[in-house]
Ligand binder design. Structure first.
Ligand code: SF4
Length: 334
């Protein structure tokens, strides 16, 4: 059993101070913030995560959802997934987010899982979760067992020869489609990063999944005001109807007037090494006639640069159909 210290904090600045001090004093020994613990405790039991220090942030004042002066929403890092999915303003103005959240995990897990924890979910790659397998993400430089092994559920977009792990979160796909911003408190103060820039491609350093630095605390997710006249939705395809990760998913925000697409924001899940915002699909959509041919063209554009392996080649067609169907469904509701 790996021993660790456990400390509860009640002030965000204190949490950052403690994490930053511990990181430098222990020369890189891992410090983790814990909220719902639905990912972290799993990985600690498997020995994949072995923090020397846990900082319990459940008592920080970050559990509220507030309207912003700009007409958007500020979501505290500790807001539980169930509460966020059922929030009246989220259901009304950002249905893509509510639908994505409700498609993830189980009711019990959503009651525990926090917004920031969902944002930072680790991959479900089976080799990452098995300490005996080669995995560059878990142990840099050890290799990638998935490339020659079982990779049916893994990514076809944004991969590298060092890692092909897919980002498992549904919520993250909706957040990048909504142009959400991530607010971070660090040793140098507060900063805000667009969700589209928060997640990193694996490249040669798959162990780095996002822009957070040691000691950084995600405090809020901020949604911009909803685009007037836009409609949104989330479609998730998976092996079973609940409690399962996406093989392919699509988050779509469409603004259609007089049969023409005025604005479109598209993101894919289950197929990317990060929640995959598709500029190619949006380019094919904006200004085009709202019809089936346009949905198909956008879907083809979104997957044009896919690099599948033999075990996940089926995802190219699956993701295309998923996106085309999501676009058609959202367009019908417009
Ligand atoms: Fe590890 Fe990534 Fe390879 Fe999976 S795909 S074994 S997470 S390096």
């Amino acid at each position: 059993m790996q021993t660790f210290t456990f400390q509860r904090v009640d002030d965000p600045a204190q949490a950052v101070r403690l994490a930053s001090a511990s990181t430098s004093a222990q020369q890189g020994a891992s410090v983790r913030f814990i909220a719902g613990g639905t990912t972290l405790t799993d990985l600690m039991k498997l020995g994949v995560e072995q923090p020397g220090q846990l900082i319990d942030i459940n008592h920080l004042p970050l559990a509220d959802i507030r309207a912003t002066p700009e007409g958007g929403l500020e979501i505290g890092a500790l807001v539980r997934n169930s509460d966020l999915a059922q929030h009246e303003q989220v259901k009304r103005d950002y249905p893509v987010l509510s639908e994505a959240l409700l498609s993830g995990a189980s009711g019990q897990l959503r009651n525990m899982a926090s917004t920031a924890g969902n944002l930072l979910q680790r991959t479900r790659c089976m080799y990452f979760r098995d300490n005996l397998s080669a995995c560059n993400k878990r142990e840099p430089g050890s290799g990638c067992a998935a490339i020659e092994g079982i990779h049916r559920s893994l990514a076809i977009l944004g991969t590298s020869q060092h890692c092909i792990a897919s980002n498992p979160s549904d919520m993250n796909v909706a957040l990048v489609a909504l142009d959400a911003q991530i607010r971070i408190l660090g040793a140098a103060g507060e900063r805000t990063v667009p969700a589209t820039e928060f997640f990193l491609l694996p490249g040669t350093t798959p162990e780095r999944e996002n822009v957070l630095q040691p000691g950084d605390l995600v405090t809020h997710v901020v949604l911009p005001a909803p685009v007037s006249g836009a409609h949104s939705g989330y479609l998730k395809l998976r092996d079973r109807a609940s409690y399962e990760f996406a093989l392919a998913s699509a988050a779509v925000v469409l603004h259609i007037e007089a049969g023409q697409v005025l604005d479109a924001r598209v993101a894919l899940g289950g197929v990317g090494t990060r929640p995959w915002r598709s500029a190619e699909a949006e380019h094919a959509l904006i200004g085009a006639t709202a019809n089936e041919a346009t949905w198909q063209a956008a879907a083809s554009a979104a997957l044009a640069h896919a690099q599948p392996l033999p075990g996940n080649a089926f995802k190219v067609e699956l993701a295309k159909r998923c996106l085309a169907h999501a676009l058609a469904t959202v367009a019908k509701s417009a």
